[in-house]
Design a binder for this molecule. Structure first.
Ligand SMILES: NC(=O)c1ccc[n+]([C@@H]2O[C@H](COP(=O)([O-])OP(=O)(O)OC[C@H]3O[C@@H](n4cnc5c(N)ncnc54)[C@H](OP(=O)(O)O)[C@@H]3O)[C@@H](O)[C@H]2O)c1
Length: 342
């Protein structure tokens, strides 16, 4: 029997090593009735993969395959599969059991690249309900960027944010979530403020339509620049990926009756350093966002099938270069996404 490749996390004294392994190719004959065998073609990395790898959240992922995000082709289906057929081009959902409706804490017990094996492997078996068709005409490399970063940005701005044309959005930094949020917001007719620690990245954001760019290294109190630019109104939506270290500036940036989508922990997991009083003084809506459901993913794919959006892929790595790809993620040199091709 042929062998196939995978990477796993292996616990060391403080965090995890990335270890390459081989194992037998899953047999199509062993598929359960509702399962699909997927040949994974591309995987994208998220900051979350760094959190697991460096053990920043104290989670046990020993022996698990990293990475929630990947796209590939269905090779075989079980006897009762009705949603897909061999040859279909699919991506897996971050939460394989969250099909629709409200979030349930049980979904968090089954997250790809966390409690469940992720996508950094040649072959994976999924229940048909855990898969979605990728957008028409998208390559596997492009589609691999979608399941976590893009769905999160979509839910933050569209389902939870109800973003309207003419509104304004602020995105923090130029990583995966923020650049998808910038692209969605522009396609939906919003004005967008982008912050970054790099002028070169801000120039790239400008080319994607950013209306106002602020270097947060040069201007730590960047909300003042945003406030002046907005005519002392603030922005209607903040895509808050920074966490405790950026939350004060986000609260000072949001407009009265505005919306903060609380998403990330780029500055750590601690409490905010500032008073939360501006939230009530401005009648702000604060939404905690944790990716989204399969319905959200499919709604987003519908949007991508009718709008022109090119995912921003900073760099591609080969499967064997996975540790280098993780190092590159950690260096935070990227703009948008990092993809590993199989
Ligand atoms: N809740 C959820 O469902 C969910 C889903 C996805 C991601 N997240 C979280 O959201 C955050 C972003 O994830 P990602 O995968 O998009 O990250 P990423 O692609 O690794 O982006 C990293 C970028 O963030 C920017 N950054 C770092 N520190 C910053 C700061 N103090 N202020 C502003 N920007 C800063 C930098 O951009 P510049 O170089 O341009 O400054 C850096 O390159 C992470 O904390 C991740 O865990 C949460």
């Amino acid at each position: 029997m042929n062998d196939c490749r995978r990477w796993i996390y292996r616990k060391n004294s403080t965090s995890y090593d990335l270890v390459a392994q081989t194992q037998p190719v899953p047999s199509p004959d062993e598929l359960k009735p509702h399962e699909c065998l997927v040949a994974v073609r591309a995987v994208s990395l998220n900051y979350r993969d760094r959190i697991q790898w460096r053990n920043l959240a104290g989670r046990n992922v020993d022996g698990k395959v990293p990475a929630s995000d990947g796209a590939g082709e269905i090779l075989a289906v079980g006897s009762a599969v009705s949603r897909f057929k061999p040859g279909d081009r699919v991506a897996a959902c971050f939460f394989p059991t969250w099909k629709s409706g409200k979030f349930d804490l049980g979904y968090h017990q089954a997250d790809l690249g966390g409690n469940l094996d992720g996508m950094l492997r040649d072959f994976a078996v999924f229940d048909q309900d855990a898969l979605v068709r990728i957008p028409d005409g998208w390559s596997f490399t492009q589609a691999a960027t979608l399941p976590c970063a893009a769905v999160t940005a979509w839910v933050a701005l569209v389902r939870r944010g109800n973003l309207q044309p003419g509104q304004s959005v602020c995105v923090l930094g130029t990583g995966g979530v923020s650049i998808f949020a910038l692209q969605f917001a522009k396609l939906l007719g919003a004005k967008v403020v982008v912050t970054s620690g790099s002028d070169a990245k801000l120039e790239k954001a400008r080319q994607l339509g950013a209306d106002h760019c602020i270097n947060y290294q040069e201007i730590p109190e960047w909300s003042k620049s945003l406030w002046d630019w907005s005519g002392r109104h603030g922005v209607d939506h903040v895509v808050e990926v920074g966490g405790p270290g950026t939350f004060e500036q986000s609260m000072k940036s949001v407009a009265a009756d505005g919306h903060i989508a609380l998403i990330g922990v780029l500055t750590g997991f601690g409490p905010p350093t500032a008073s939360l009083f501006p939230l009530l003084a401005r009648n702000v809506r604060l939404d905690g966002i944790y990716v989204g459901s399969r319905d959200d993913f499919e709604a987003m794919v519908g949007f991508l099938n009718s709008h022109q959006l090119t995912p921003q892929i900073d760099r591609r790595f080969r499967f064997e270069q996975t540790p280098e790809a993780f190092e590159y993620l950690e260096s935070a040199q990227h703009f948008g996404k990092i993809v590993i091709e199989l």
